[in-house]
Design a protein around this ligand. Structure first.
Ligand code: SF4
Ligand code: SF3
Length: 538
């Protein structure tokens, strides 16, 4: 195995024996094969699309396949094998269709000829020999595509899709197999990946808000009640909706965990009186917190940590998540899911052990943030707010991430943090106060809601009559961990945002030359110390 896609990669270089995340080498290798197979599918599907003979199931498979390989999503060997089998079937059926219609395929590249047998002899890893910068750009592009796939998947299950997104994915995957596509062209694709990221995030925003309403400023309870509960984690709102419907009147409560926290702020979910609030913190604390929850836990997407034996029988996966020993709830033909088994187990469980009490405030996605735009603009003009600091992204298990808590605490009283993603758990329970009624931490929601931060920035630029988004009093101190954050970063770059501070470490897959390009073009810098970064950012 050779995996270097996340921030916690071994020794800051690559996981080569086993993943720091718990991914086994055989799974990592099968997932590399799967990416290779997706490139083969992309080759044929581009042709199929040109001739109008492409099929819907290919689109869904593209999303599933890429999403399954995202960090902390799927650890199951069986699942990777199943996806490979399904992928070859899909690929062969597209090929068959093209051949039967006499559609010319031209000279077939190697990737188009791969078979279930031959793939075993191909080095599909990200460490395949070749030019370091090309490898770096191809990796960056593929990791950005994984982010697109995850966000597009969430929109897709709510009935929203955009063919342009699929076309871009296919074109990019094929480009990573073509030695004629050089560094300049790859840089272009990486930037396009960022703007396609903005398109995808906008689509997801539309899917979420038109289905569940616009998030509202909400005080989310972080304590517990004295009834059995189900904990739901990950990012999939449709799973939450179905779980709330099915637990109605059963005497079983529902709590969110990790990235599901912002769901408490949607009007559509506020009507369920068994929807209690949020339990625990960011994903990496789950071993400790799931133990104490006592009831069953439903993982709808990343981030899953392979569970301890003591609570494996209480963990359920669904959608694209998977792990050996964990019960998987399949989606039915009509797209619904039956959570009966989870609810029955919950009924027999003890209520959750209380971890903390009180509440945290969320729900500042673009609609509610912009509803107080006048107030915000006035506060900036009168000097009450000197700066906004975007501290969006991911949390992670490394101790150095206490930097983000210290940074939030050290920010002057006249600054406001804009956040999205699970990075917020490093400071969302600190009492940072407010500025004339505007909370000093404005939480737009999941990493899926990063689009809100873009809309807020664009609207503020309009309100201040600024042409360049970089002239706004906004600084960026982004924390990354997995590939959705890679995409969000590319999305910001594609919008022309400069001077981003990135941490806790820079991606291992960025080669020194490519880093130079990013520094020269966008002035990206690694974070240093709280004091030094405060000086630079403010
Ligand atoms: Fe290592 Fe991260 Fe890959 Fe897991 S996802 S194997 S921790 S680089
Ligand atoms: Fe977090 Fe996994 Fe990235 Fe959605 S839950 S932000 S890390």
């Amino acid at each position: 195995m050779y995996c270097y896609q996340c921030e916690e990669t071994a020794s800051g270089q690559a996981c080569i024996k086993v993943g720091v995340c718990g991914k086994k080498s055989e799974v990592a290798e099968l997932q590399d094969d799967l990416i290779y197979l997706l490139k083969s599918i992309a080759f044929y599907n581009m042709k199929a699309r040109e001739h109008g003979v492409n099929e819907e199931r290919t689109d869904r498979f593209m999303l599933d396949g890429l999403f399954a390989t995202l960090t902390n999503t799927n650890f199951s060997k069986e699942n990777a094998e199943k996806l490979l089998g399904e992928g070859f079937d899909i690929r062969d059926s597209i090929k068959q269709k093209l051949v039967s219609k006499n559609i010319s395929l031209g000279e077939l590249p190697e990737v188009a000829k791969v078979t279930p047998e031959s793939i075993k002899g191909i080095d599909t890893s990200f460490n395949a020999p070749g030019n370091e910068d090309i490898r770096s750009l191809r990796s960056l592009l593929i990791f950005g595509l994984k982010g697109i796939a995850a966000y597009a998947h969430h929109a897709y299950v709510l009935g929203f899709k955009d063919d342009e997104i699929f076309k871009f994915m296919e074109r990019s995957l094929v480009a990573t197999t073509d030695d004629k596509v050089g560094a300049d062209e790859l840089v272009g694709l990486v930037m396009e990946c960022g703007s396609m990221g903005v398109t995808t995030l906008a689509l997801l925003d539309k899917a979420n808000t038109s289905t569940y309403g616009n998030p509202e400023p909400t005080k989310v309870n972080i304590g517990v009640r004295d009834r059995p509960g189900i904990l739901i984690s990950g990012h999939d709102l449709r799973d939450l909706e179905q779980l709330l419907e099915q637990t109605k009147g059963t005497g079983v409560d529902v709590y969110t965990h990790g990235e599901m926290l912002p769901a408490n702020c949607y009007p559509a979910f506020k009507n369920y009186d068994n929807f209690v609030g949020n339990y625990g913190g960011a994903w990496w604390k789950q071993k400790e917190e799931f133990e104490k929850f006592n009831g069953p836990i439903l993982m709808t997407t990343n981030c899953l940590v392979p569970p301890k034996a003591t609570y494996t029988d209480r963990i359920y996966s669904t959608g694209i998540v998977g792990c050996e020993g964990v019960t998987h709830i399949e989606e039915k033909e009509d797209g619904t899911k039956d959570f009966y088994a989870i609810i029955e187990q919950a009924k027999k469980s003890k209520p959750p052990e209380q971890l903390e009490e009180g509440s945290i405030v969320g729900g500042f996605a673009h609609a509610s943030a912009l509803s107080v735009a006048d107030k915000i603009v006035d506060a900036v003009k009168s000097g009450k707010i000197s700066k906004f600091v975007v501290m969006a992204g991911c949390d992670g298990r490394h101790k150095e991430r206490s930097y983000y808590t210290d940074f939030a605490k050290a920010l002057p009283q006249d600054t406001v943090i804009l956040t999205a993603g699970c990075a917020k758990y490093r400071y969302n329970k600190l009492d940072l106060g407010d500025i004339g009624g505007i909370p000093r931490v404005l939480d737009a929601g999941q990493c899926n809601d990063s689009y809100s931060l873009v809309v807020i920035a664009q609207k503020l630029a309009e309100a201040f009559g600024l042409e360049d988004i970089n002239d706004l009093p906004i600084a960026y101190n982004i924390a990354w961990y997995e590939q959705k954050a890679v995409l969000v970063l590319l999305a910001l770059l594609s919008l022309g945002v400069r001077n981003i501070t990135l941490g806790p470490t820079l991606p291992a897959f960025i080669s020194p030359n490519i880093l130079n390009v990013l520094v020269e073009k966008f002035n990206i810098r690694p974070h240093t110390t709280v004091q030094e970064d405060l000086k630079v950012l403010l």
